[in-house]
Design a protein around this ligand. Structure first.
Ligand code: ADP
Ligand code: MG
Length: 329
């Protein structure tokens, strides 16, 4: 169908989700047939990301105007990823479903004098989905996500840091949101570190007290790469500690399928899954993307096993370089 006709159909389908998707699908297929693969892929990704939520419509949280006080220290992130974009273990899915149910029935639970779990600690190695999951979680809840800029909070004059922390928490107390504190270990570690300025240690202690006291309107999510080495005084302040591990063979399989869901390949993805054990999701994503890029550069329609092997070798090279760097530290 001519492009103009399709555009007209697309506009006419506004508000009718199924029809809209069908027309959008037609446009994507046409672009694929014209060999505009990059455009087609990007359109499909956009369409997939805007998948309609199943079940009840989400209640969008009211947005409180940004109080100047916290504006410098938190950044609003528009959640775009959905649960279709993340691989989670069955036990983590259970935890999150439980948290979502609890949040939805929060008022009833509080009326019974009970607390709703709202302070979460995400632990695990880098690139295993802590940040992504916070975003998906916010999306599922229909809450905005705010990322705390810890460096801003801390690097200002030490005397002001405590006041900055207070502003951030004051914000989270009023604004229903997912407040995300990344690299929380950096903060928590300094509590132990005797070389740090006393003032900073006091600030960290006051941060922990804040965490203790706050009843967020939504969720406070802190993320750390550390595990056992994290101070127990930090652990016990959270209602839930959730682990994000590197994927096992079955999850690698699922993740590869996800990465290549709209891509034509001429090799068996499953065969590579066992070679990828020990890699993080972020690394596997990088390998997949590099393999796809090789096929685009060579103007081949399909990604080949060689593309994938080459990308895997690159990752191995990168890793051994990084290992040497770490040894030199
Ligand atoms: N569990 C996962 N499922 C799907 N993709 C993932 C997962 N974990 C990581 N990724 C991919 O790797 C990228 C980096 O992950 P991220 O959430 O920032 O890791 P972390 O915060 O644990 O360091 C994500 O944007 C996503 O593309
Ligand atoms: Mg992260």
């Amino acid at each position: 169908m001519a492009r103009g006709e399709l555009m007209k159909k697309l506009l006419a389908s506004y508000g009718r989700d199924e029809e809209f998707r069908a027309v959008a699908e037609q446009i994507i297929v046409e672009e694929e047939q014209k060999n505009n693969r990059v455009l087609a892929r990007s359109l499909r990704k956009t369409l997939d990301n805007s998948a309609p939520s199943t079940g009840a419509p989400k209640a969008l949280a009211p947005l409180i105007p940004f109080p100047d006080a916290a504006g410098d220290f938190v950044e609003r992130i528009e959640p775009v990823h959905t649960k279709n974009d993340i691989i989670l273990s069955a036990s983590n899915i259970n935890v999150f479903q439980g948290l979502i149910q609890e949040f939805k029935r929060g008022e009833d639970i509080r009326r019974h004098g009970l607390a709703v779990r709202s302070k979460l600690l995400f632990c695990g190695p880098p690139g295993c989905g802590k940040t992504l999951c916070a975003e998906v979680f916010a999306n599922e809840l229909g809450l905005p996500m705010f990322v705390v800029k810890i460096d801003r909070v801390i690097s200002s004059y030490l005397g002001e840091t405590a006041a900055n922390v207070r502003k951030v928490f004051e914000f989270a107390r009023k604004q229903p949101c997912v407040l995300f504190l990344d690299e929380f270990d950096a903060l928590a570690r300094s509590r132990e570190d005797s070389t740090e300025h006393n003032e900073l240690r006091r600030v960290v202690n006051s941060l922990l007290i804040f965490i203790d006291r706050i009843r967020p309107k939504g969720f406070l999510v802190a993320a750390t790469n550390l595990d056992q080495t994290l101070d127990p005084a930090v652990w016990r302040r959270f209602d839930e500690v959730i682990w994000f591990d590197k994927p096992n063979a079955a999850m690698i399989d699922r993740y590869l399928k996800l990465n290549f869901r709209n891509i034509e390949i001429d090799f068996d993805l499953h065969k590579y899954a066992s070679h990828l054990e020990g890699y993080s999701y972020a690394e596997i994503e990088r390998i997949s993307t590099q393999a796809i890029k090789s096929s685009i550069i060579d103007r081949r329609k399909k990604v080949s096993g060689d593309d994938f092997k080459q990308a895997l070798n690159d990752e191995v090279r990168r890793r051994s370089g990084l290992a040497r760097l770490n040894q030199a530290d």
